[in-house]
Design a binder for this molecule. Structure first.
Ligand code: ADP
Ligand code: MG
Length: 402
């Protein structure tokens, strides 16, 4: 695939060179310990590869929101030991004051974790002095933090214009997967969008109708679209003020030859609780005034499976029901298993992302069977809206031609 960005393969000989690597080490902590090391494991391959090639690896990351000044509770010092463990090699911690001297004294293959980039006010402002200061530490720049690429900060965007810039392995995998899913996908393409509210994903829906062949709407946001079709959704979560917007999306879909799929049966209850006594499945036209729609029904789930069998590509964001509470996880779990099975068989390229969607895939135990699961949160959603991500744009070849 012709890529618009350079990767570690394009760096040439990095032995003895100082390479700045922007990673995402913003790991959750509990009782002073890293409670989920997913991000450390994701950052490890690029760091290890550069170290193996003899580079002096200077790891950059932000940690929490220290608001532009040093805050010991948000020091990356506390991530040094966990990163050492995940990498299985020594990582030394370097604070900002000693960085220039410390960096000069490192040897080929050494790995240093530099203090929280957000200790500088100029980081989030993408200020020239901070860009210059960071760039002066290294000779090459590698961005391996797709999840921070929707922000134009000094360490995610500015430095890319000062030094030869490359995508790390994690960034490369994410960009390749997203390109396969929406940039240049195999058709037919299905997008499944769920979650609680239309208002949080309006731009996603607007962008997708022009790009995909099938748009399947589930979760709480389907209720607003059902209401736009004249369905009485009872006590369901529904943004009635967005009915005109939903109508506009129907029209845009019609013009773009995109089929919108709404559920025709649903799972309802009078109270939102696990296994409530009032639980029942009904046609969308039979929801009582005191009932809430909490999942799409079995016929709708089966129809969704049939659509996916005809498709070559799936992009998925947002659960189909209130999946945290049983049995309203049923449709979401079924979709996860169907997508995973079709991907294993080789008939579907499946890309999914979003905090709750990732949790749902883990709950179904099928994350590893999908083509790609993005843990990038906000950056993934901005990409689904068709926005250009500044951190990615800064890596593109045109920007680098200078
Ligand atoms: P993601 O984090 O994957 O982008 P969202 O945050 O948009 O997903 O949506 C997930 C939330 O939507 C979950 O908390 C889920 O309970 C809720 N949800 C899904 N369907 C419904 C529904 N029918 N009624 C109420 N909440 C729902
Ligand atoms: Mg969420």
């Amino acid at each position: 695939m012709a890529r618009s960005f350079k990767t570690l393969d394009d760096m040439g000989d990095v032995a003895g060179k100082r390479v700045l690597v922007r990673t995402d080490l913003n790991v959750p902590m509990a009782d002073g310990k890293v409670s989920d090391d997913t991000r450390l494991r994701a950052a490890a391959p690029t760091i290890a590869e550069l170290s193996d090639k003899g580079a002096v690896v200077l790891v950059l990351a932000h940690f929490g929101r220290p608001k532009g000044k040093p805050d010991p509770t948000m020091s990356l010092a506390q991530v040094t030991q966990p990163l050492t463990q995940v990498l299985g090699r020594e990582v030394r911690f370097v604070d900002w004051d000693s960085a220039p001297d410390a960096v000069a004294n490192l040897s080929p293959g050494d790995i240093a974790l530099i203090e929280n980039t957000r200790f500088h006010a100029g980081e989030e402002q993408n200020a020239t002095d901070v860009i210059d200061m960071i760039a002066s530490l290294g000779e090459f720049y590698v961005n391996d933090a797709f999840s921070a690429a929707h922000r134009a900060h000094a360490s995610t965007e500015g430095v890319a214009h000062r030094l030869p810039a490359f995508a790390g392995r994690q960034m490369e995998a994410e960009l390749d997967a997203l390109e396969k899913a929406l940039g240049n996908p195999g058709h037919p393409v299905a997008a499944v969008v769920g979650g609680a509210k239309v208002s949080t994903k309006l731009d996603v829906l607007k962008h997708l109708v022009g790009r995909v062949d099938h748009l399947v709407i589930g979760g709480g946001m389907a209720n607003t679209f059902l209401a736009a079709r004249g369905v009485d959704v009872g006590k369901s979560l529904c943004e009635h003020e967005l009915v005109p917007t939903a109508e506009a999306i129907f029209e845009a879909a019609e013009r773009a030859d995109c089929t919108i799929h709404l559920p025709y049966d649903v799972v309802v209850a009078k109270e939102f609780a696990a296994d409530p006594p009032s639980l029942r499945t009904c046609n969308v036209h039979e929801v009582a005034p005191d009932e809430m729609i909490l999942d799409i029904g079995p016929s709708a789930t089966e129809a969704l499976g049939d659509v996916l069998k005809t498709c070559r590509t799936l992009v998925w964001n947002g659960p189909l029901g209130a999946f945290e509470t049983r049995p309203f996880d049923t449709a979401t779990m079924a979709l996860a298993r169907t997508a995973a099975a079709l991907t294993r068989e080789g008939s579907l390229v499946s890309v999914a992302g979003g905090g709750d969607t990732v949790a749902a895939l883990n709950q179904a135990g099928v994350s590893d069977d999908m083509t790609f699961v993005s843990t990038a949160g906000g950056a993934f959603l901005e990409w689904m809206q068709g926005k250009e991500l500044p951190g990615v744009a800064a890596l593109s070849r045109e920007h680098l031609a200078r």
